[in-house]
Write a protein that binds this ligand. Structure first.
Ligand SMILES: CC(C)(COP(=O)(O)OP(=O)(O)OC[C@H]1O[C@@H](n2cnc3c(N)ncnc32)[C@H](O)[C@@H]1OP(=O)(O)O)[C@@H](O)C(=O)NCCC(=O)NCCS
Length: 264
């Protein structure tokens, strides 16, 4: 395995039947890219993904990022599908295809069973690769995001957060001030990914409505757009719970988008 369960989210994972994994090796150097990465592509990618990989343009580091993100995502999907079927599929039997907004969708499975319908999300920053997957029936999406705590500085906070979000941050205990701005940032991104829209029309469409620093939980709302400005196209405003954590200078968040009847 290239990745290991990310223990940061252990209690959440046990509760929710989610898999969250992090790449173990982060020393893929430029010189070994071609040979090693092509071998990895053969092992992990399905036929359609192989074609995407061969056509993928961009820098060597972007190609590596795309492939390693998918490899970790496949391992999370193998975890949750093994839980559903009792038989872990091989990574190449699962295909992850980006939809028109870039959201990774699980496309092809050998087991054609609605119980195994699954969702997946990927995040990478500075050589750290993580992914989250879940196969709970009725789940509409999952989002994971990581960010370096120091990157969410005062300048970023000014454009990323509304006045009420800044007030929530100011109200947190002194010890929590350092990493919570980055956690809130990740919470918004994770919610946008769970909805499949990313931060399509800016960070302020996804709004933090409450923070529970003791339980490490953030509540977010995706604001309904007006008819003149229907960029999110979500229908009624959505409210979601996001689990956040931090790990040695890295902030992280995971969000499930459930049907109304099954809200977390
Ligand atoms: C999608 C987005 C949330 C990605 O976040 P990021 O912090 O830049 O990068 P991360 O490494 O955390 O995530 C990247 C992964 O998100 C996933 N992703 C991309 N678009 C997505 C979407 N619409 N929904 C869910 N997941 C998405 C992809 O798997 C991508 O990895 P890959 O391309 O290697 O497969 C963000 O870039 C975005 O919304 N962009 C579109 C609009 C925009 O740029 N707005 C600027 C607002 S200030």
């Amino acid at each position: 395995m290239l990745s290991a369960p990310w223990t940061l989210f252990n209690s959440f994972v046990i509760q929710q039947l989610v898999s969250v994994r992090r790449l173990i090796r982060n020393d893929w150097s430029d010189s070994e890219q071609d040979g090693n990465l092509n071998g990895l592509a053969e092992q992990y990618l399905g036929r359609g993904e192989q074609e995407t990989w061969e056509r993928l343009r961009g820098t060597a580091s972007r190609r590596r990022e795309w492939l390693l993100g998918r490899a970790v995502a496949k391992e999370t999907l193998c975890d949750v599908l093994a839980g559903c079927t009792g038989h872990p599929p091989s990574p190449a039997e699962i295909e992850i295809v980006a939809d028109q907004r870039g959201c990774p969708r699980v496309k092809a499975l050998l087991v054609d069973d609605p119980q195994t319908a699954s969702v997946v999300s990927i995040s990478h920053v500075g050589g750290v690769f993580v992914a989250a997957a879940c196969a709970t029936p009725g789940l509409r999406g999952i989002g994971i995001d990581i960010e370096q705590v120091t990157r969410v500085n005062e300048d970023v906070m000014r454009f990323a957060f509304s006045a009420s979000e800044l007030q929530l941050l100011q109200g947190l205990p002194a010890g929590a001030q350092a990493n919570w701005p980055a956690r809130l940032w990740c919470a918004k991104e994770a919610a946008g990914k769970a909805l499949g829209v990313g931060l399509f029309s800016g960070l302020r469409d996804i709004h933090v409505s409450s923070v529970n620093a003791t339980a490490n939980i953030v509540e977010v709302e995706a604001r309904e757009r007006t008819k003149e400005e229907p960029r999110l196209r979500l229908g009624p405003a959505e409210s979601m719970v996001v689990h956040t954590s931090d790990d040695g200078g890295l902030a992280a968040a995971v969000c499930l988008w459930n049907t109304d009847a099954e809200k977390t």
